[in-house]
Design a protein around this ligand. Structure first.
Ligand code: PBG
Length: 335
């Protein structure tokens, strides 16, 4: 693209900004409820809504309330909800067996949502960390995270989610080879309809802190995740990972976290043109919400501006804890 304009005063950029009508006509990007995926935290019980201190406004919900949340989201035009379980510490083991239990919290929630709110797409998380006594996304032996042994477990986890009715499988573990292994297993088991949204470029980030509180993994985690999540200094590597995952059968790809990595999103969209998503992670949510609650920024405007930034960078959609708030603001015509 080679934008051309005459010299001032023939060109005055302010002409096209002078009224809401002209601003609307020249707006390049849009944000709608249809661009949002809502991550929710699931817990045991009935009628339970347990606030998460580091994510004001977000709570862990029992399955019955997750179903209500899904219905609310569908009513707002949000196309997908993404489930993250808060696993009872007594169910965490070194073998992570709860991850592929057909009746684990995630799988029960999937079935309940699909039965009662069939129109909303259900996305899941594939990684062992909520079930692992060590808090890591893969099996740990002698302090090392095992890649190939973990793949078999991830496949079992993904198959259990697909059998429960998941529409989109989201491998977030960053083991090598998992997309190919999961895709092959899904096809072999007759789950041709199930999509894979790969957390392809996932960085070892400080912005996941509140999430680890939310799923109860902060206390469990030994060490860090730098041997499998990406170095925040790298950009070319992200392109290689995205290409690799697309070649292994990913339908959609994600960059995570979001706002500090808008450059990666733009490169990925330009290079591959695949359906591309960002995860506006827990720490990003907490920063905006925390500042808003202190009266330091206009929370709603900052929320909407941050989400539009993802669209401008090339995202087809965004996973965001703000999804229902954003959808309501958009519906009310405030964006
Ligand atoms: C773990 C997982 C994480 C998030 C989604 N899946 C945390 C991590 O990798 O430690 C983070 C999401 C957020 O911070 O909102 N498989």
């Amino acid at each position: 693209m080679r934008p051309i304009s005459a010299p001032f005063p023939a060109t005055r950029f302010r002409r096209l900004r002078q009224s809401p009508a002209l601003r609307a006509l020249t707006q390049e990007n849009t944000l709608t409820a249809g661009d949002l995926i809502w991550p929710v935290f699931v817990r045991e019980g009935k009628g339970q809504r347990e606030p998460i201190a580091s994510m004001p406004g977000v709570a862990r919900l029992s399955v019955d309330l997750v179903v209500e949340a899904a219905a609310e989201a569908a009513g707002l035009g949000i196309p997908a909800i993404c489930l993250f379980p808060y696993t009872d510490p007594v169910l965490k083991t070194a073998g992570c067996e709860e991850a592929w239990n057909p009746d684990n919290l995630t799988n029960r929630a999937i079935r309940a949502i699909k039965a009662q709110v069939p129109g909303i797409a259900v996305m899941t998380d594939v990684a062992l960390d909520p079930y692992n006594i060590d808090g890591h996304d893969g099996f740990v032996r002698d302090g090392l995270i095992l890649n190939d042994e973990t793949l078999a477990a991830l496949v079992k986890q993904a198959l259990a989610q697909a059998a429960a009715g998941a529409d989109i499988i989201g491998p977030s573990d960053m083991m090598d080879g998992r997309i190919g292994a999961i895709r092959q297993a899904l096809e072999a088991a007759g789950h041709q309809r199930v999509a894979i949204l790969s957390y392809a470029a996932k960085y070892a980030s400080a912005f996941y802190g509140p999430f680890r509180d939310a799923v109860g993994a902060s206390g469990a985690l030994k060490g860090d995740k730098k041997t499998y999540q990406m170095n925040p200094a790298n950009s070319d590597e992200a392109m290689r990972l995205i290409e690799r995952d697309l070649r292994e059968g990913a339908d959609m790809v994600m960059v995570k976290p979001g706002m500090p990595y808008l450059d990666i999103i733009r490169r990925a969209k330009d290079m591959f043109g695949a359906p591309t998503y960002a995860y506006q992670v827990s720490g990003e949510y907490a920063m905006i919400k925390g500042a808003a609650l202190n009266g330091w920024i206009d929370g709603e405007r900052a929320m909407l501006e941050s989400l539009m930034a993802f669209r401008r960078a090339g995202c087809d959609g965004v996973l965001t804890y703000f999804a229902p708030d954003a959808a309501r603001a958009i519906k009310a015509g405030r964006y």
